[in-house]
Write a protein that binds this ligand. Sequence first.
Ligand code: XIL
Length: 311
Amino acid sequence: ASPLRQLAEAQGRYFGTAVTQNMLSNSTVTNLAGAQFDMVTPGNEMKWDTTEPGNGSYNYGPGDQIVSFAQSHSMRVRGHNLVWHSQLPSWVSSLPTNQVQAAMEAHITNEVTHYKGKVYSWDVVNEPFDDSGNLRTDVFYQAMGTGYIADALRTARAADPNAKLYLNDYNIEGSGAKANAMYNLVSSLKSQGVPLDGVGFESHFIVGQVPSTMQANLQRFAALGLDVAVTELDDRMPTPASQANLNQQATDYGNVVKWCLAISRCVGVSQWAVGDPDSWIPSAFPGYGAATMYDSNYQPKTAYNSVVTAL
Ligand code: XIL
């Protein structure tokens, strides 16, 4: 079969993957990533704890390595991410409240300027909502209230007017309170003229539990004049994997790709790893794994074939 990237490109979409610095020294991984995928999200290397570990001291070495890997394989880059409650260095959360806005704006301006012209999009604010659909009361919210999101988006736009600006979250893929909260937020931002180009749906799924309302839910966001993207797709199961679960995983992956293709403003799908060996799932969800399209030897699983068919 043709590579995923070629099949996606034939439909004006991309097929992406997440890459971390340690993966760059494994040629099995880099060859496979470069052959199959045309978009790279750095797994950790553009997060605040890496890029600004001390106030005003910036470190772009790891992120630059991911960008140059991407460029050498004609892959684009999703910048991930600028503002997030997690992987946030403690100096930020310990700032006096009246210094948080300036620190946030300086961080965004510096990082977006560094990568200007090199990233396709930025996840400007990552995971703003808690599981009930309330904005998290993190350091940014405490300092600025809801307005921190508009301020972050405006600051990013000023630094790189050509990068697509996203909000990205999980458990907003299907209908529900959290999806509604995101919908209401982005509707309000759009109606106020705040610069926002897209919404990222992480899509960390459990086998057999992909929400059947996903296509309709993404479609209503697209109808607001936004791009939508599946940004961190994986589909976990208890390990060792059973054949029944691997078959269900193929159905799940195929459905997600089909639903994206059915929405003209769904710009692409990114998997959150290249293969099972580099997936975050076994460490984040003990007892689970086998969440990607490539097995422990980087051989394509039935989910891969299902995606090829869907594309
Ligand atoms: C994960 C990385 O894959 C891990 O290596 C890290 O330890 C924690 O973060 N949502 C996101 C991603 O937006 O940044 C997270 O990535 C997975 C959940």
